[in-house]
Write a protein of this length. Structure first.
Length: 553
């Protein structure tokens, strides 16, 4: 019996010696072979990198008014492992933050995590009230929230930045690389429970650059107000207006109605800027392409006469003028002045032809993007093929689609002695030189003077845009009334009414485009859009202190 006990004792001692030897070998291996790698792991576990967000740059208008800026906010999060009574705490937090208790409860009871958002970018005073409640597990840190102090003014142009302050649409997206800045970083030393002890290293964030636009918030707000009144008066679906400086290409206003509050964009989804992204058939405002082309090719002069019936047959289409009349003799000036479809098609078909018309559409820039500094610009639509009736459609602005900014930039070129300037919304980025504006000549100075003089006749007693007259100033421009195409041809009763004008016509300072989609109480550009032009331009001339045109007596 004694012998058996001694054997067991010796076996136990051997096991102890083997275990001790294994532990000693393990310790030696850890302190030598694994020392370096384990040291690194230990540092990772005790030192946590924290990203310091960069402040987003401010967007200013041309007079220094902020249109988009950063505002301090407080983000509320919770460590579910520290929460004691999720039901009670969720009700308290929901009441103070204005949230639904169920949503907060889900955040407080999330499994397998030490971090759960309760509310991103809450107002600081609201978050401070919650902090005073001292709810277990709730934590706070500061963030920046994007705000638009002008609310709906220029909202489709500005776009918006998302919850993480990255640009998602409009100029916020276009200028994101300049506005965003560069985040910084802190290295935080933590205890074994993940609580911060100290900050070991800090790389400060570099804030984003501010951006200065060509827009003027006063001109923009007035244009939006006029568009709202126009829609209310004529029962339109949508309206667009552009105010452009023809000498620089700078856009002073790019308005639309109805619009939205930019601060609510994140909850309403992405918004579009119709002036840049949407296309429409221009109607008679497109007739300047035919007339300018014929003048430039020396095929006609303003006084050249044509005998014109009320209607003509072009392949399978019957073209007629807007107002019934007998056969008349009209000069080229009168054809433009009275917006004669028959006269314009006659010039295009008998003198310019298909190749000439294509040449001048390209010369004016239709069918390609203007290059405006805004995302999602459409190039417009030109006919993919020409049938026998195409020469009867395109000269009068049918079967071709344009954007509002394309059309405004073409009339701005006519206002600028035949030199096209690339339209732009950004004047400069803080600390950078303004980029050069692209230019190209589209009309000779002599033809441009002639065309401008002819466009003055449109805004006269016998023209189609008498409602565009402004006391004390000469106005030149063109009306357009176009049917809206649908999947099965033109839609009955649906039109787009447009007027594009320049003022003072003797030395244009402004080009203003107004386009109204689907007006119901009247359809003609001279009735619906021309008065809106006059209201917008009159306000802008006074605001900019442009002296009256001395040629008006």
């Amino acid at each position: 019996m004694t012998r058996v006990v001694n054997s067991r004792i010796r076996l136990l001692l051997l096991c102890i010696l083997l275990a001790f030897g294994a532990l000693l070998a393990r310790a030696a291996w850890i302190t030598t072979v694994r020392a370096s790698s384990l040291s690194k792991i230990g540092q990772v576990q005790t030192k946590a990198p924290v990203v310091i967000p960069a402040g987003r740059g401010t967007i200013f208008d041309s007079v220094g008014a902020p249109l988009a800026l950063g505002e301090q906010a407080t983000t509320v999060y919770v460590d579910p492992h520290e929460v004691r009574r999720p039901g009670r705490e969720s009700r308290t937090a929901a009441r103070l933050l204005g949230l639904k208790a169920g949503e907060v409860y889900r955040a407080l009871t999330r499994k397998r995590t030490h971090f759960s958002f309760v509310e991103r970018k809450a107002p600081p005073d609201v978050a401070a009230a919650l902090a005073r409640a001292k709810l277990p597990g709730f934590h706070f840190y500061g963030e920046e929230r994007r705000m638009y102090p002008q609310h709906s003014v220029a909202a489709p142009v500005l776009g918006f930045a998302g919850i993480d302050n990255d640009g998602l649409s409009g100029l916020e997206l276009q200028l994101d690389s300049s506005l965003a800045g560069k985040p910084g970083e802190q290295t935080v030393v933590q205890d074994p429970f993940g609580r911060a002890i100290s900050v070991a290293h800090t790389v400060p964030a570099r804030p984003g650059s501010s951006v200065f636009l060509t827009l003027d918030h006063t001109i923009q707000a007035n244009a939006e107000q006029v568009l709202r009144e126009t829609i209310a008066q004529w029962g339109g679906k949508h309206a667009t207006a552009i105010v452009l400086d023809p000498k620089t290409g700078g856009i002073l206003a790019m308005a639309e109605a109805p619009t939205h509050d930019a601060n609510a964009s994140a909850t309403k989804g992405l918004q579009t800027n119709h002036a840049v992204t949407d296309v429409f058939e221009p109607g008679s405002v497109f007739k300047v392409v035919t007339i300018a082309g014929a003048l430039s090719e020396h095929l006609v002069r303003p006084s050249t006469r044509f005998t014109l019936p009320y209607s003509i047959q072009v392949a399978d289409r019957r073209i007629h003028d807007a107002e019934e009349r007998g056969t008349e003799t009209m000069t080229v000036s009168q054809i433009l002045q009275r917006s004669s479809n028959v006269g314009t098609v006659t010039i295009a078909r008998t003198l310019l032809g298909e190749s000439g018309l294509k040449k001048w559409m390209k010369q004016f820039g239709f069918g390609r993007r203007t290059g405006i500094d805004f995302p999602g610009e459409s190039p417009g639509l030109l006919p993919s093929y020409w049938s026998g009736s195409t020469i009867g459609n395109v000269p009068i602005g049918q079967g071709v689609s344009v954007t509002a900014i394309q059309l405004a930039s073409v009339y701005a070129a006519i206002a600028n002695k035949g030199v096209w300037m690339e339209p732009h919304l950004v004047d400069h980025v803080q600390g950078e030189k303004p980029p050069p504006v692209k230019t190209r000549r589209i009309l000779s100075p002599s033809v441009d003077r002639t065309l401008l003089q002819m466009l003055k006749g449109v805004v006269s007693d016998v023209g189609t845009a008498q409602a565009a007259e402004i006391p004390g100033y000469t106005v030149a421009g063109k009306t357009g009334t176009a049917q809206k195409p649908g999947p099965d041809g033109y839609e009955p009763g649906k039109y787009v009414a447009t007027f594009v004008g320049m003022v003072p016509a003797s030395n244009p300072r402004l080009v203003v485009l107004v386009s109204v989609d689907q007006p119901t109480r009247a359809i003609f550009g001279g009735v619906v859009a021309a008065p809106a032009f006059a209201k917008i331009a009159s306000f802008d001339l006074q605001y900019l202190e442009v002296p009256p045109d001395l040629r008006v007596r």
